[in-house]
Structures are given as structure tokens and as C-alpha cells.
Design a binder for this molecule. Structure first.
Ligand code: ADP
Ligand code: ASP
Ligand code: MG
Length: 433
């Protein structure tokens, strides 16, 4: 059971989470609970670091950031003991989460869960601080923002748990961020493939790595509200989801930066060099566009643009500076005010016309598309950050994704509509035309 920051934000919520954990134990389950830092704690810790240092040292940053989840675990363990159960709180390191040495975005390499197994054998409830581990160099590491989801999935895999329950502040995974689209529809099931695309394009309800890890290790994720007993959302294999709607969700992100390199020499190896420099700096590059080279005197010159997480824009710029000389690049420009909207749906694989409709909808909404990228089940557009909410709402409405839209289930691969059951209610879905 994993509880996110909002779900443990104050004393009452910690008590509520603890009661829920105890309830599951009382139902005969063995329970490992992963907790996030309370409320805005991680943001506050980041702010503290930036107050004292312009460029906080990554190792020390991890020492700092990892404290937030320890607080939650210790407090929850106190409550659980008061409720008459035996509990033991553990840091990521004590829980056996072994990572690589990339501070602030470490990857889990191994989970050595003997200590947890021992505690479970002793009939204890185990509380594990999420978002952290210990590196192969014995330093404290953190797993990137939202990383407690990945801690939970990794432990579920190592312990062969029946299910990994992710308790959060919304009732499950929705057809769009319910904070932006009030009539977004909660999905009963979503496939790993779609959830991966959703997480990678900004639906932060599950961290991308947690979904990758779950798919690779066959972990069953059940995402649900920590505030009520609703049915939530199951993340399943494509075969298990049994439905393939044309579009499942509209996702967005508002923390993108665009980097543009102008006047790149048009010779083999240049793009490889640019991306290698960024990879060495551990910067994740998302969309990449290179235009038709222009002839400048005798020489061919190209422009290349790509997006990176806004938090990495400066790192990217610094990594690229030396290349200006080395390759004879015209210039490096960064634009930090970018966002991204994406349409995700397994059904678009075999259905033409989605891009045409999406771009037309954005055009009618006066949203300028700056960059485009696609995968078989996703179309993403980079737009100005301030246009993101409007773009999301318009696309969500145009593709009839709302809770109020009547739909027809489509379980066949070739999108033949399935006859709706009489009085079909929830299972009636209208396909977007
Ligand atoms: P937690 O602290 O529990 O880990 P997060 O803030 O990381 O919670 O993730 C939950 C939030 O994700 C929700 O409050 C919601 O605003 C946001 N979100 C964005 N897209 C979606 C979506 N498609 N479905 C559900 N929630 C989403
Ligand atoms: N506390 C960390 C964060 O805010 C990890 C998490 O909540 O999953 O990113
Ligand atoms: Mg989260």
C-alpha cells in the first residue's frame, strides 16, 4: 500500500492512512506500506537547498530530500503501535533498495528485501520510506520526483505481492487531469501500454518508472483514492483490459523547455554528438526536430530543436556550450515557457484521422503547435505553457471523453462497434468520429 503526499499531509490524514493499513492487516493480509513525504515537504526541502546554494550538490540534495519520507514513516509507525499492532519503519536503505549512483534521479538496481520478509514473519506491519535507496557506493539516493510509486512497485515485485495499491488524492486514473477537466472520466482499467504513454506525457498520478517496472515484473497496480473506498483503476496487460477505445486520455505537462541549436553543420555524426553530451549529463530528451538543411555559402547548415524537462534546461545548456566551439554551432537558445498536450489511445493504432482532428481542434482554439511527435498510440504537441489548459479541455471535449459522454464499448481490434447491452449505462461508450 503506497500513500502519496496529500494522503499523509497532516496528523488526521496520517491517522487515517494508518487505520487503513491496519484494516488491511486485520483482513488477514501481510502489509508493507510505502509513504511519501507529507504535503509540500519535498518542495520545501528543495526550496531550502536553493536558498543556501545556487547549485546544490546532488549527493547532499539526496541526504536532504530523503528526510521527508522518513518523517511520514516514523509518525505512521507510532500511530499503528498505538492502535495495538506491531510496526517497524525503515529507510529505503534499510529496506534494501539498491540503486545506481545518479543522485536525484537514481534507478533501482536490486531489492534486497530480507529485512522486510523477517519483519513480516514476525507479524509486523512494515513502513518503508519511499523515493529513496542506497547506491552501490553506499550513499543515500533519491528516485526522481514522484519516486515513491516506484519504491512501492519494486517492493511489490520483490515480495511477490498480490497487488500494489497506490493510494492518492484522486479516485484513480482519469481521461484527463481532473483538476483541469472537471468532467474527466475515471477509467476502470487502463493498459500498461497506455499508462506508459500517459505517464511519460505528464499524467503524474503514477511515476513513469513505476509503470515500466510493473510491466517488466508483472506487478498488478491498483490506483485508488485514500479518502474513500471507491473501485479505483487497475493497470493491466492489453489482453486483460478487453477494450480498445480510440482515445483513452488527454494528458499534459507544463514544465517543458525547448532547446534550439542553430547553424549545425550538416555532416554525419553531429546529432549523435549532441545527444551523447546530453546523455552524459543525464538529461532526458523528449521530442527532437531537425529541419531541412539550408545552404550557407558552400556549407550546409541545419537547425535542431528538442524538449527537456524545465528543471534540466540549465544543465542541458551548460552541457551543450562546449559544442558551440567544437562543432561550430551558430547558437544555443532555450525557451522555458513550454508545455505539452498529448492524446493517448491504443485504438488510434488502426484508425486514421486522429491527428487531423486533433490539430484542427487546436487550430480552432487558436493554439499554436510548436512541435509534434507521435508514437503508434500517442500524438503529442508542444504548445505555449499558457495554452495548455485550453488545449486539454478542447481536445477532451472534441473526442467525447467526458464522464457525461455516452459511449459504445469497442472490444474488437478492428473497431467494429459492439452492440450495447440494454440500459447499458457505464458500459455504453460512443466512439469519437
Ligand atoms: P501523490 O502525492 O498521491 O503521489 P500526485 O500529485 O503525484 O499524488 O498524483 C496525483 C495527481 O495527479 C492528481 O491530484 C491529479 O491532479 C494529477 N493527474 C494528472 N493527470 C491525471 C490523470 N490522467 N488521472 C488522474 N490524476 C491525474
Ligand atoms: N516526495 C517525493 C516527491 O514529492 C516523492 C513522491 O511523493 O513520490 O516527488
Ligand atoms: Mg506521486
Amino acid at each position: 500500500m503506497k500513500f502519496g503526499g496529500t494522503s499523509v499531509a497532516d496528523a488526521d490524514r496520517i491517522k487515517r492512512a494508518a487505520r487503513r493499513i491496519v484494516q488491511s492487516k486485520d483482513q488477514g493480509n501481510r502489509v508493507v506500506a510505502v509513504l511519501s513525504a507529507r504535503g509540500k515537504t519535498t518542495d520545501q526541502l528543495v526550496a531550502m537547498a536553493v536558498e543556501v546554494s545556487e547549485r546544490p550538490d546532488p549527493r547532499e540534495m539526496d541526504m536532504l530530500l530523503s528526510t521527508g519520507e522518513r518523517i511520514s514513516c516514523a509518525l505512521a509507525a507510532m500511530v499503528i503501535k498505538d492502535l495495538g499492532h506491531d510496526a517497524e519503519s525503515l529507510t529505503g536503505s534499510q529496506a534494501g533498495i539498491v540503486t545506481d549512483t545518479s543522485h536525484t534521479k537514481a534507478r533501482i538496481l536490486d531489492v534486497r528485501a530480507e529485512r522486510i520478509r523477517d519483519a513480516l514473519e514476525k507479524d509486523r506491519i512494515v513502513l518503508v520510506a519511499g523515493f529513496q535507496g542506497v547506491s552501490t557506493a553506499y550513499d543515500v539516493t533519491t528516485l526522481g520526483r514522484g519516486g515513491s510509486d516506484t519504491t512501492a512497485v519494486a517492493l511489490a515485485a520483490a515480495l511477490h505481492a498480490d497487488v500494489c495499491e497506490i493510494y492518492t488524492d484522486v479516485a484513480g486514473v482519469y481521461s484527463a487531469d481532473p483538476r483541469i477537466v472537471p468532467n474527466a472520466r475515471k477509467l476502470a482499467r487502463v493498459s500498461f501500454e497506455e499508462m506508459l504513454e500517459m505517464a511519460s506525457s505528464g499524467a503524474k498520478v503514477l511515476q513513469l518508472r513505476s509503470v515500466e517496472y510493473a510491466r517488466n515484473h508483472g506487478v498488478r497496480i491498483h490506483c485508488r483514492s485514500s479518502f474513500d473506498d471507491g473501485p479505483g483503476t487497475f493497470v493491466l496487460t492489453e489482453e486483460e483490459t478487453m477494450e480498445r477505445p480510440l482515445i483513452t486520455a488527454v494528458t499534459h505537462s507544463t514544465d517543458e523547455a525547448r532547446v534550439t541549436l542553430t547553424g549545425l553543420p550538416d555532416t554525419p555524426g553531429v546529432a549523435g554528438r549532441v545527444m551523447t553530451v546530453l546523455a552524459d549529463a543525464n538529461v532526458n530528451v523528449d521530442m527532437i526536430i531537425q529541419n531541412e538543411p539550408a545552404v550557407e555559402g558552400e556549407r550546409h547548415r541545419a537547425d535542431m530543436s528538442f524538449t527537456v524537462p524545465r528543471a534540466d534546461a540549465r544543465l542541458a545548456r551548460e552541457a551543450l556550450e562546449p559544442l558551440v566551439h567544437e562543432l561550430g554551432i551558430g547558437g544555443v537558445a532555450t525557451d522555458s515557457g513550454m508545455g505539452k498536450v498529448s492524446l493517448v489511445g491504443a485504438g488510434m493504432k488502426s484508425h486514421p484521422g486522429v491527428a487531423a482532428k486533433a490539430f484542427s481542434v487546436l487550430g480552432q482554439a487558436e493554439v499554436n503547435i510548436e512541435m509534434i511527435s507521435t508514437s503508434p498510440i500517442k500524438i503529442s504537441c508542444v504548445v505555449k505553457e499558457e495554452d495548455v489548459p485550453r488545449a486539454v479541455s478542447e481536445l477532451h471535449a472534441a473526442f467525447d471523453l467526458g464522464a457525461d459522454a455516452v459511449r459504445r464499448e469497442d472490444v474488437s481490434g478492428d473497431h467494429r462497434p459492439v452492440v450495447a447491452p440494454p440500459g447499458g449505462g457505464e458500459s455504453l461508450r460512443r466512439e469519437a468520429s
